[in-house]
Write a protein that binds this ligand. Structure first.
Ligand code: HXC
Length: 261
């Protein structure tokens, strides 16, 4: 970004919540390299900042993000994407974040925009939210995790339908299928998501990170391996100040004071 240029990602904090707003409204937040560089850097900065306990990624009213930037990609060669590590290089920063990441989705979440939301831990959808993986219309492929995360989220039959026919889901159907965590009126989306993130960020950060890690394990291992991982994570809780504080505060009938240790 050069001096005087609008940032492609707006960065704010509200208490222990870091809020990132995608900011290419004229292109419906189409995700180009510069935007994904800024998003990745901002995510990793919040990850390092011990004052931050949860992160929200929001888009605009008409679009969360309408996908990877088609204009930028149209003339790329195999060698261009291979050598630059397209997607891997900057889109996967969200995977490195151990703190909870919430997506606040209004309007279109298409292609890479849908995949970005899917990479978050919680999706709060406004009633206007629309989810699609329409890459097939371009003879492309949902290549930012879509073919892998979508079937895990909503099952193979529904995922195949979305990927092969470009079918778009509205917020209510996305809610029924388990693609989103909750649906709220558009006018309440930002406040609702920030309140949820504030609630989450008020809990013990190492406990949140352990839970996120364990839930993500459920996607990536057998049940018995996952249960073993969970049991170890449970035992580790007994090495944490916050877990003792949380249980004693309950017994003392007072609010816990977490130190995130
Ligand atoms: C670049 C985009 C864009 C995109 C919209 N725009 N989506 N530019 N890449 N993905 C631009 C349009 O060209 C237009 O620019 C402006 O944003 C407004 O869009 P309109 O099409 O005029 O708006 P509307 O008629 O309301 O339609 C909204 C829409 C449509 C249904 C969301 O824009 C659309 O279908 N967009 C493409 C969605 C898509 O195919 N996404 C997947 C991309 S591939 P101008 O200059 O004309 O005003 C992908 C691969 C991911 O994501 C995996 C590998 C990375």
């Amino acid at each position: 970004m050069t001096a005087g240029e609008e940032p492609l990602v707006l960065v704010e904090t509200q208490g222990r919540v870091g809020l990132l707003t995608l900011n290419r409204p004229r292109q419906l937040n189409a995700l180009n390299d510069a935007l994904m560089d800024q998003l990745g850097a901002a995510l990793l900065a919040f990850e390092r900042d011990e004052r931050i306990g949860a992160i929200v990624i929001a888009g605009g009213a008409k679009a969360f993000a309408a996908g990877a930037d088609i204009e930028a990609m149209a003339d790329w060669s195999f060698m261009d994407v291979y050598q630059s590590g397209f997607i891997t290089r900057n889109w996967e920063a969200v995977r490195q974040v151990r703190k909870p990441v919430l997506a606040a989705v209004a309007g279109y979440a298409m292609g890479g925009g849908c995949e970005l939301a899917l990479a978050c831990d919680i999706i709060v959808a406004g009633e206007s939210a629309r989810f699609a993986l329409p890459e097939i219309k371009l003879a492309m492929l949902p290549g930012a995790g879509g073919t892998q995360r979508l079937p895990r989220a909503i099952g193979k039959a529904k995922a195949m339908d979305m990927c092969l026919s470009a079918r778009m889901l509205d917020a209510q159907e996305a809610d029924r299928l388990g693609l989103v965590s909750r649906v709220v009126p558009d006018a309440e989306l930002r406040a609702h998501t920030l309140a949820l993130a504030t609630q989450i960020a008020g809990y013990s950060l190492p406990a949140l990170m352990a839970i996120k890690e364990a839930v993500n394990r459920a996607w990536e291992s057998s049940l018995s391996e996952g249960i073993l991982f969970e049991r170890r994570a449970l035992y580790e809780r007994f090495a944490s100040d916050d877990a003792h504080e949380g249980m004693h505060a309950f017994l003392d009938k007072r609010s816990p004071v977490f130190t995130h240790r």
